[in-house]
Each structure stands twice: as structure tokens, then as C-alpha cells.
Design a protein around this ligand. Structure first.
Ligand code: SF4
Length: 212
């Protein structure tokens, strides 16, 4: 379920009154029937640390959803309102302040710790758009669901025939302010797995050295 803010902010972001109340009722009903509920919240430069805290507290504590995803909004070309997207430094400051005081640890965020570090500026990564691709009636979207450089009929063609080196912050100007989870969460997960493998190798080497 997509919840971008409390009632007024959410209804404004989807440009329709009453959507927040319907979504909340649907979440309550889904929980009552025993479904797992995960939410996604997109934040804009009209958000403040306090508006983020308010909506995530509401989802986490009042509605008790199972997990929450968060993402800074991407300034996609077709969006009618281009003014309200976050820049990289603004994003980092916003999340750093929202996560403070133990919030990051307390909220049931459905993200890797390294992606949360990325959001608050403690880590930086390249984009790995091929890992969370978008498929629709048009086909596999190149390079990600946020940008549309064409569609191909198979995932193999998407992966093998896209020049991935062209994309990401610092490469394609359209990616300049992007910190969206579809591109950067996979990189964080791959980095976590890489460091886990390194740690396991070090533990095994230490263990085999001790047993000699
Ligand atoms: S940085 Fe990655 S996820 Fe973001 S718009 Fe560019 S290709 Fe897509």
C-alpha cells in the first residue's frame, strides 16, 4: 500500500480527496484478515523530518503494518510538478534528522542497513537498476521504472543489451538526484553480501588457524 503522508499530505500527493481514509481502511481490513501489509512512502521536498516521523510513527505504531519502505521521490520527466523533488544533499539531511533519536532502529523498515546508511549520507553507491526491473504490458522497461529508454520482450535482452555503465548519478543527467530504492537498494544488498562473504572467509580462516 502506498501512503505518502498523513491525510492531507497523502491526498494532495495523489491529487484526490478521500484516498488516505480508503487506504487506511483497506490496511485495517487486510490486517484483520491476517494478511501481511507492507507500505511504501515517497517523500518530497515539501516534507520535513517531522512529517516523515509522523507518517512512519502512524504506520508503525497505530496501524502496526508489518514493514515499511521509504524512498525519496524521483523527478520523472512526465511529472506535472517538477519543483517538489529532493536533491541529494536535501535527501540526506531529511533522513538523517528523521532517523535520529532511535527512530531508524525502532521502525520496521523493510530495507537493508546499508541502504538506510545511503539515504542519510553515511554511504554512497552506484546504481544497480537491473536488479529491480520493471515489467509491464509494454515489456521490460529500460533502464528502470523511473526512466523510459525503450522496452524489450525478455529479461535476458534487458540485462545483456542495455549499456548499464551509462546510467546512475554522475553519468546520466536524468539520474542526477535519484536515490530511489529500485536503483540503490540492490547495490546495498550486494555490498552487504560481499562484506558478509569477506567476514565469513575471515572467520573460517581464523577458525582453521586455531584448530591447527
Ligand atoms: S539512478 Fe538508476 S534507478 Fe535512478 S533513474 Fe537512474 S537508472 Fe533509474
Amino acid at each position: 500500500m502506498h501512503i505518502d503522508g498523513l491525510r492531507e499530505r497523502h491526498d494532495e500527493s495523489v491529487a484526490k480527496e478521500g484516498v488516505f481514509d480508503e487506504a487506511v481502511a483497506a490496511i485495517k481490513e487486510a490486517k484483520r484478515r491476517g494478511f501481511r501489509v507492507t507500505t511504501n512512502s515517497t517523500f518530497f521536498n515539501t516534507d520535513t523530518p517531522q512529517t516523515i516521523i509522523e507518517v512512519l510513527n502512524f504506520l508503525n505504531d497505530d496501524l502496526q503494518v508489518d514493514e515499511m519502505m521509504i524512498s525519496p521521490a524521483y523527478a520523472y520527466e512526465k511529472a506535472p510538478d517538477q519543483e517538489h523533488f529532493l536533491g541529494v544533499e536535501q535527501t540526506r539531511e531529511l533522513f538523517r534528522k528523521a532517523f535520529a533519536g532511535g527512530n531508524r532502529r525502532r521502525w520496521r523498515l523493510n530495507h537493508s542497513p546499508l541502504f538506510l546508511d545511503f539515504l542519510e549520507g553515511k554511504a554512497d553507491f552506484p546504481c544497480t537498476a537491473w536488479a529491480i526491473p520493471n515489467y509491464s504490458l509494454f515489456g521490460w522497461q529500460r533502464p528502470c521504472y523511473l526512466m523510459s529508454d525503450g522496452y524489450v520482450p525478455t529479461y535476458r535482452e534487458l540485462v545483456e543489451e542495455t549499456d548499464w555503465e551509462k546510467y546512475g548519478r554522475g553519468k546520466d543527467p536524468r539520474c542526477a538526484n535519484c536515490m530511489a530504492h529500485c536503483g540503490y537498494e540492490p547495490t546495498a544488498v550486494l555490498a552487504t553480501m560481499g562484506s558478509l562473504k569477506e567476514s565469513l572467509r575471515a572467520v573460517r580462516e581464523t577458525a582453521s588457524g586455531n584448530s591447527r
